[in-house]
Ligand binder design. Structure first.
Ligand code: 13P
Length: 252
């Protein structure tokens, strides 16, 4: 009964071979006894091989933070979903607000990336979320609906069966300003209802994570909300004890 928990770390552009080794080994040993919650780390491209070599055979999955919308070809600097599959990635983050805002990724491109991941059997973690200005002007739901609809329209509702959604309000990312459990719950519920218009079964099954300044000391109250199934963790995923505590908080 109910959805299993899921916690994914988004390391962003942090790490080094030496530091990662320590962090990965600590995460594997600290999460060994987890029940009914899965965990993953999404690492920078150059470290995927390292993540694979440390995590293979463990219960911690690994993935990328971005993916090309193309499968192969003359696309200098890009990395395809096929390549991520080759390196055993189970997940990839698509449409993170840092990609949308700093690198100009629009809804259409995010949807194409989502589809490319799906075509390679990688589970996309689709990020959606509003800026502070959008929330203050009452546009949050409309923005999120548009972000979701772009994916549903391009890839089809059935593809959501094998995907994860992360609600990450832009104003809560890296700011130390977490959405209250109720604020997050309201949006998660909205996302589920939006999906239910197409398919209520998928809406009930899909894992929806919250992301934005999740820490060991606020994770439990966020994850206690009925529509919050876990978290996408930035800064706190770089500190082993923090990340492990957050994974433990997602057990239900
Ligand atoms: P922080 O946890 O550092 O706020 O980052 C959240 C995030 O962007 C995860 O993708």
């Amino acid at each position: 009964m109910g959805r299993a928990g899921f916690v994914a770390g988004n390391w962003k552009m942090h790490g080094s071979l030496a530091r990662n080794q320590e962090l990965l080994e600590a995460v594997v040993s600290g999460t060994r006894s987890l029940q009914n919650v899965s965990c993953a780390v999404c690492v920078p491209y150059p470290y995927i091989v390292q993540a694979q070599s440390v995590l293979e055979g463990s219960h911690v999955a690994w993935g990328g933070q971005n993916v090309s919308q193309y499968h192969h070809g003359a696309y200098t600097g890009e990395v395809s979903a096929d390549m991520l599959t080759d390196l055993g990635c189970r997940y990839v983050i698509v449409g993170h607000s840092e990609r949308r805002i700093l690198f100009g990724e629009e809804n259409r491109v995010v949807a194409e990336k989502f589809r490319a991941a799906q075509e390679c059997s990688i589970t996309p973690i689709l990020c959606v979320g509003e800026t502070l200005a959008q929330r203050e002007s009452g546009e949050a739901e409309q923005v999120i609906a548009t972000q979701l609809d772009a994916v549903i329209d391009l890839a089809g509702i059935e593809t959501l069966r094998h995907s994860v959604i992360a609600y990450e309000p832009v104003w809560a990312i890296g700011t130390g300003k977490t959405a209250t459990p109720q604020q997050a719950q309201d949006v998660h519920e909205f996302i589920r209802s939006r999906i239910a218009v197409h398919n209520s079964r998928i809406a009930g099954d899909i894992q929806i994570l919250y992301g934005g300044s999740v820490k060991a000391d606020n994770a439990r109250e966020l994850f206690a909300m009925p529509d919050i199934d876990g978290g996408l963790i930035g800064g706190a995923s770089l500190v082993a004890e923090e990340f492990i505590s957050i994974c433990l908080a997602a057990q239900n």
